[in-house]
Ligand binder design. Sequence first.
Ligand code: FES
Length: 64
Amino acid sequence: MENIELCHCKKVTYADVERVMHEATDLASVTAAFDEVQAVTHCSTGCGGCHDKIMDVISDILHY
Ligand code: FES
């Protein structure tokens, strides 16, 4: 699971998202967490096709 590549354009894996979230300062909402993850990893700045998938993963991690 950790090595699953969520964003193919920017080569961002599940583990990358998880790592940023552990260091993130604003996890008040899925949107805020997404912004932090995107700022660090640049995920979803290519084709944008991974956006919903990454939002789902962030939501899962937040509510785990
Ligand atoms: S797969 Fe993430 S921006 Fe294209």
